[in-house]
Design a protein around this ligand. Structure first.
Ligand SMILES: [Zn+2]
Length: 557
């Protein structure tokens, strides 16, 4: 039994499942959950949670009856999957975590592909993330090495090495950013099944699940039944190229693995892996606290492919509720004393074509000329630059922009100034934040909903990885110019539809309360740490412990 650094005082206010307490040897231990279950639902905005809360009957209903913070924030500007997942189990903003975006540019690296993926190890020779001209396109090695701070699971293992740190996700970045580099098991989806880190063997339980998945994908799938409350949301919305969304119930032909990924079935198999590892690794059934991070990706793929307000998301919300319920049921059946927290890596909003007919007439898609290449062409003309060198680099039309390293300092400054001037003048651009201004800015504090746009950008800023300047688009500008590739809606903006996420805690006996004041996803790790008896020095976190004990006691000692 490990030494405890913190004695919590949840006296009597948090009751425990019967059999779990038999393993506890003293009073301090009795307060600690045997298992921490951290769930991230990719793209589950606070708006979606509010919209569907009344129809939940299973896992999300239970979470809605615990300590409910409906107004949680992914505080930062770059509301993408990797930065969002990096906040949940570390307690720090993405800038401090070093995870500034899903992808960024590193002009100093040797390989031809200067785009770095947040969850790859680009130091490994022959790898490439996404340069379409490279022979090894997409051949990257998943890794958590960019994550500069420990996760809660890694911290727990430092105190009690017998604790198990496990992560499962539909995306490698979801699992790696929640679990970190030191895990006892880590799984994510690749192609047609779940895989793990190089050099590790698949748990037989996961190999069996993969075999099942192959059989499922090989067969055609009938449409999901349409719940009555989804009927009013069923409406065909055209978005160009003769294509539409809004009335699809996830039927699919034989062998459609990509469609499988963008359907409720994807969360079903992710929960199968989580449940399988609870069984095979006996999570929550040992003497020390185990950590299980689960990132459910289907909501995000469905949001991107179909938007957030149609039949597709309506069906998904019901299925998500059921899948989380299956996880809880498995833990309940084993009488595991667990604390669960659920949040999201970012929010999201709907496709502009439906926003326009639903009361947001100024919603629109981004101008196809608004991107690094288009702006660089104008800069070249305006400044009379004759070199062939690419002047500006960016992974997407918004966010971090980088000026070429091959320019003399004086010319680099002129290119940066002219590019910022051109971008600022564009009608779809809200503001440009100069990276040099963020370097000296302290990490923002105070009411997160009132942070300036520069402060939001500061929370995503890392001096070694961020751009020379950061482009922030106007509200309701969707940064997808064409829907030809199947993505119709997205997230990533500094606006609250992308920042606001639910934060829900549940534990057996925890007395329900709802706190509408804003809190942050960086508050989750210090809260869970307090319950697990782990002390994180205040200067190592950006969040604070949330007192989820609805009474005079506190878990935050
Ligand atoms: Zn995401």
């Amino acid at each position: 039994m490990r030494k405890l650094s913190i004695v919590t005082a949840l006296t009597g206010l948090i009751a425990f499942g019967g059999t779990a307490s038999a393993e506890h040897h003293n009073e301090a231990d009795a307060d600690q959950p045997k298992l921490i279950v951290a769930i991230s639902v990719d793209q589950l905005s606070a708006d979606l949670f509010a919209e569907y809360r009344s129809v939940f009957t299973a896992g999300l209903k239970r979470l809605s009856q615990g300590a409910v913070f409906p107004n949680g924030y992914q505080s930062h500007a770059a509301t993408e999957t990797c930065p969002g997942h990096a906040t949940i189990m570390t307690g720090v903003h993405p800038g401090r975590a070093g995870i500034i975006a899903n992808n960024w540019i590193d002009l100093s690296i040797g390989r031809d592909d200067k785009t770095v993926y947040c969850a790859e190890d680009e130091r490994i020779e022959g790898t490439s993330f996404g340069d379409i001209t490279a022979a090894t396109q997409g051949d990257y090695v998943p890794s958590a090495w960019h994550l500069l701070v420990p996760t809660l699971g890694e911290r727990v293992k430092l105190v009690s090495p017998e604790s198990q740190n496990v992560a499962v996700s539909g995306k490698d970045r979801g699992a790696l950013m929640m679990g970190g580099g030191k895990t006892d098991a880590i799984y994510w989806w690749k192609g047609k099944g779940f895989e793990t880190q190089a050099g590790r063997a698949l748990d037989p339980v996961v190999a069996a699940i993969n075999a099942d998945i192959a059989g499922t994908i090989d067969k055609a799938r009938a449409p999901y039944a349409v719940p009555q409350h989804c009927e009013a949301r069923t409406q065909k919305i055209g978005h160009g190229n003769g294509k539409s969304v809004g009335d699809y119930a996830f039927q699919r032909p034989e062998g459609a693995s990509r469609i499988f990924r963008g359907s409720p079935d994807f969360d079903h198999v992710t929960i199968n892996v989580a449940n399988g590892l609870v069984d095979s690794m006996k999570l929550g059934q040992g003497k020390a606290t185990d950590i299980l991070s689960v990132s459910l990706s289907a909501t995000d793929y469905i949001g991107h492919a179909f938007g957030t307000a149609g039949l597709e998301m309506c069906i998904q919300m019901g299925e998500l509720d059921r899948q989380i319920g299956r996880l809880f049921k498995n833990l309940d059946e084993k009488n595991i004393d667990y604390v669960a927290v659920l949040t999201a890596d970012h929010g999201g909003h709907d496709l502009p074509e439906r926003l326009i007919i639903q009361g947001v007439p100024d919603a629109e898609r981004i101008d196809p000329m608004l991107n690094a290449k288009g702006i660089a062409t104008q800069v070249r003309e305006n400044l009379g630059i004759e070199t062939e060198d690419q002047l500006l680099y960016a992974d997407s039309p918004f966010g971090d922009y980088y000026v070429s390293l091959n320019l003399a300092p004086e010319q680099k400054a002129r290119v940066k100034t002219e590019a910022m001037r051109l971008l600022r003048a564009h009608r779809q651009v809200q503001t440009i934040v100069d990276g040099a201004d963020l370097e000296d800015m302290p990490m923002p504090t105070g009411a997160v909903e009132e942070w300036s746009l520069a402060e939001r950008a500061r929370a995503s800023y890392h001096p070694d990885r961020s751009g020379d300047f950061i482009v922030l688009l106007k509200r309701a500008v969707t940064p997808i110019a064409s829907t030809a590739r199947g993505y119709v809606a997205t997230h990533g903006s500094p606006w609250d539809y992308d920042r606001r996420v639910p934060i829900l805690f549940w534990r057996q006996g925890l007395q329900h309360f709802e706190q509408p004041m804003s809190v942050k996803t960086v508050d989750i790790a210090p809260t869970l740490a307090s319950m697990a008896g782990i002390k994180i020095p205040a200067d190592e976190i950006d969040g604070r412990c949330l007192d989820i004990d609805n009474g005079p006691g506190s878990n935050c000692k």
